[in-house]
Each structure stands twice: as structure tokens, then as C-alpha cells.
Design a protein around this ligand. Sequence first.
Ligand code: LRH
Ligand code: MN
Ligand code: MN
Length: 406
Amino acid sequence: MSDKAYYLFEEIQTNRGIRIDKVKEKIKKLAIETPSWGYGDSGTRFKVFQKAGIPRNAFEKIDDAAMVHRLTGVCPSVAIHIPWDKVEDYGQLAEHAHHQGLRIGAVNPNLFQDNDYMLGSVCNVDPIVRKKALAHLLECVQVAKEVQSDNISLWLADGTNYPGQANLRQRKHWLYESLAELYSSLLPQMRLFIEYKFFEPAFYHTDLADWGMAFHLANQLGQQAQVLVDTGHHAQGTNVEHIVSYLLDEQKLGGFHFNSRKYADDDLIVGTMNPYELFLIFYQILDAEQDVDAGVRKTAENIAYMIDQSHVIEPKIPAMIRSVMNVQTQYAKALCIDFVKVRQAQLENDVLGAENAVREAFEFDVSPLLRVVREEMGVPVDPLQAYEASGYPKQILERGVGGASW
Ligand code: LRH
Ligand code: MN
Ligand code: MN
């Protein structure tokens, strides 16, 4: 039954000039990093719900991430957040990950959960606080070296709540000064991802409010600094895929934090609210992979795809598996775009033809393709069902209630 659906799919795509072997190869290679904090208890500002079976420490978070990788085959790394994942011996943590077939990915400094940072971290008017924040950033580079990660992923919560509360230009200078020090401590192969967000926790101004500020800062710092696009960090109606294409063309797109949003930074399961946006992001990336400029192609090929979700009401591991599958679905659809047709329509100023050439790929059901890809990868054809049948959901109940929260 499923084979029949697949062969029909293959025939349709082949007739459209899509190379199915290439499509499969690309899907198998799309690595998606999961976040350690997505496995812990989390909540809204109203309540953090405690669930049974939540990992009690960084090691157990890695165990859960490894389970997601075993079932999907495409999540070989896990991002960590310091100090949420602080351990005595980071070498041991990396070793634990390796034993589970994983590696540690992006190291995320945390400059927002310390009382000293109430009025800002690297942008604080108090030089002692700024120094402490910088020391933490440098500590995270050290952690990255110990776990053999090449990525530092920085989000800054700094901002103000009221007009006049602080000198905005002065804070801009302090921000640059600290990040320049951080940058100079990077090993040559390391990348610094700079994330932006237009509000929250501050409500009047955010020191790194949008992609333009992150882009400018990354340019000031140098080649190893790139922008990170968290899909939930934009105002309503923002054309995120346009930002993606702009940054790709400037060779400054470093990575993504995938999640879904309806209103603000909701951190919902990616692909649940606006799957078309995710598809259009991949459309821009695949288009850039065919650019005449080798630098643009290289940028597109080196994007770090990461999930950044905080599951409040959902069981964490299935929610993560669902996210990974949703990303694969939109990626697979984007791989079905007939780029020759799109470009021809663009050249002819055929508005409807061009729009149709992009949208028709979105409308294909790629589930038969993904089932076959999973089969070929030797992972369960239905990772969610396999998780339920695995015994793992029961096994983790031994951890009890009151695990790690972000
Ligand atoms: C901020 C953010 C950032 C943090 C993560 C927990 O909203 O997106 O990436 O590190 O959430
Ligand atoms: Mn994020
Ligand atoms: Mn966020």
C-alpha cells in the first residue's frame, strides 16, 4: 500500500524533472540539532508544569536527545545552555554524548537568569556586571573547547522597559566591546551565532532587536560571526524568508532556531502554525544553494539547523520527534520545487506562473517519500509510534517528578 503510493509519487516527480535520488540524499543529510532545554520542564510566566519522567540533569537530557536521534536518524547533536547544563566535567558530558551516538552542538551562554542581570548584562551601566557577563561568555567558549563544539549561540536579553531608562547608544558600545572580546577568544574554526529578538523580557527596547542590528554587529566582528534566525522572534507579518534570503546573499546566515508562533515568541512545535513559512524558508535556502557565487552556496550549505522549543503542555520527547518530522516534511516539499519553471516564469514576468511553480511543490503529499527515506536509513518508518512502543516512556518514569527545568 505504502509502496504503491511511493511509486506513484516517484513517477509524478520524475515526470516533472525532479531527481528523486538527489531528493532522498538531501533529506538524509539534513541534520537537525535538538536543544537540551526542550527536554526539561518548562512553562509560561504563569506556571512551570512539572511532569513525571523529566531528565534530572544534563546527562539525562542527552539520553533523551539520543532517543530522538535513534528514532529519526537526523538529530546527531544536542545544544546545551550554560548554566542550565552546568556540570563538573564537560569532557565527561561529551563522552556520555559520544557513547549515545551524539555530539554536543551549540553552546548557549545564559545572560538572563541571574539577579545581577536584571538591568542588563553586557549592556549594564555597572562595569562589574558587564565584567561578570563577559567572563561568562568566555567561560562558554572554554566549555565549547572542552566538548569539542565549534558553535557559540548567543541571545541577549538586554533591554529596557521605559524611555529614558538608559543611554541606548552607550549600551550599543558596551555590547560591541564585550562581543569583540568574546570574538577574539574563538578558535579559527568556531562560529559565533548572534540571535536577535524585538521584545521580551524587556518591553521598551531590546539591545539586539532585529536582524539588521545582529547583521551589523556580525559584520563589525568578522567572518566567524553570523546571524541566527529564531523563527519566533519577529513582529507579526514579518517576511522571515526575505530576511533569510538577504542574509544568505550577504553570506551572514549562520543558523536557525526553529519553532512556531501564533502571537509572540510562543516556542511551539515547528511547522504547526505556519508550515508554508517554513517551506518558503527552505525555498530560499535551496535557491541560494544554486547561486553563481560559491560563497553564497557555501553559506547555504553550512547552515546550523536547530530547534528551540519549550514544551509546556506537550510530552517532551514526542513533541521533539514531531518537530523533526515537520521540518523534514517542509524540506522534502521544497526539494520538489521545479526551479527551472520558477526561473522561467520570473524571466517572463509571469506572476501567477511563478507563484504556482513554487506553491505546487507545497501541495504534494511527501509522506510516502519520507517513509521510504526512513526505511532506507534504517530508522522506524513511524518514529512517533516507535517511541510509544519502545518502552522508553515507561522507563523514564523512574526519574519521578521534579526534573530539570530551564
Ligand atoms: C530566547 C531564546 C534564546 C534562548 C532560548 C531559551 O527567547 O530563543 O535562543 O537561548 O530562547
Ligand atoms: Mn532562540
Ligand atoms: Mn525565543
